[in-house]
Design a protein around this ligand. Structure first.
Ligand SMILES: Nc1ncnc2c1ncn2[C@@H]1O[C@H](COP(=O)(O)OP(=O)(O)OP(=O)(O)O)[C@@H](O)[C@H]1O
Length: 256
């Protein structure tokens, strides 16, 4: 094939994915893409299926129906390549509180085959100019909730992934810490040119320039540029568009 006409793989491609817990259908034929270089918000209320989707993308669960591809690598048939290309920030805290920030970052880097000096260099590069740069030797348990989250985000970037997944990264943080997290991620994304899937139920975390996938009761109701969804729904903003799209569905969750 002529390389010029070869299709550029999306950073993430979810195709016809369904998942059930016993009789409970959590995801129903879900398809969407995260184009390379995009910041895509996965917007849905509690119980929409966001965490289930993350478990399938990261291979905690095996997709039985449908396919998930990361940078063109199928997570079922080419898991090493797919996993190497992604960085993940899960909803729950995953740092070892008894290790220093540096040790937490080095441990993760080692799992991805990076040497200690590579890890040290990379950590300095990512943390340059931030308050955390001076706290590399501090135990994780001495950090605030917002700072712990920022270390987890930095850790997800350590091995230079092309796709970053964040599952409701601002849950439990105050307004100032939330703003700081969003700023940190957007800055890193702009600097490193990575693609992002940001799961949230908070409308105010979405910019007009973001792409949005609206997930409701395990189904994708809309996908596209935020402003295109707003326009298609003849709405004033993405919150209004969300309400219009979900009005017909029985309410099982809430959106802020
Ligand atoms: N381990 C499980 N066993 C049974 N049902 C589950 C399990 N995990 C999730 N579910 C159900 O699957 C559906 C989707 O849940 P999921 O956690 O993926 O949604 P979510 O959008 O991430 O919500 P939240 O923001 O609350 O985490 C919900 O109805 C939930 O009750």
């Amino acid at each position: 094939m002529d390389p010029k006409t070869r299709r550029v793989s999306p950073a993430l491609e979810v195709e016809g994915v369904s998942h059930s817990y016993g009789a409970r259908r959590a995801l129903d034929d879900v398809s969407f893409i995260v184009p390379q270089g995009s910041f895509t918000a996965l917007l849905g209320p509690n119980g929409a299926g966001k965490s289930t989707l993350f478990s399938l993308i990261t291979r905690l669960f095996t997709p039985r129906h449908g396919a998930v591809r990361v940078m063109g690598h199928d997570v079922s048939t080419r898991p090493s390549q797919a996993l190497a290309a992604m960085g993940v920030v899960f909803q729950g805290r995953t740092l070892d509180l008894d290790l220093s920030i540096r040790q937490n970052l080095q441990y993760h880097a080692a799992l991805h085959g990076m040497s200690r000096s590579q890890a040290r260099q990379r950590a300095v590069e990512i943390l340059a100019g931030t308050v955390l740069a001076d706290r590399m030797g501090d135990k994780a348990r001495t950090l605030s909730g917002g700072q712990l989250r920022r270390v987890e985000i930095v850790r997800a970037f350590m091995h230079r992934p092309r796709l970053i997944l964040l599952d409701e990264p601002t849950v439990g943080l105050d307004i100032a810490a939330r703003a700081e997290i969003i700023r940190t991620v957007r800055e890193l994304v702009a600097r490193e040119g990575v693609s992002v899937l940001w799961a949230t139920h908070l409308i105010d975390e979405i910019d007009a320039t973001d792409r949005v996938v609206i997930l409701h009761h395990g189904q994708v109701l809309a996908e596209g540029a935020s402003r295109d969804i707003v326009e298609a729904e003849d709405a004033g903003n993405i919150g209004e568009a969300y309400t219009r799209l979900t009005t017909m569905a029985p309410a099982r969750g809430t959106i802020a």
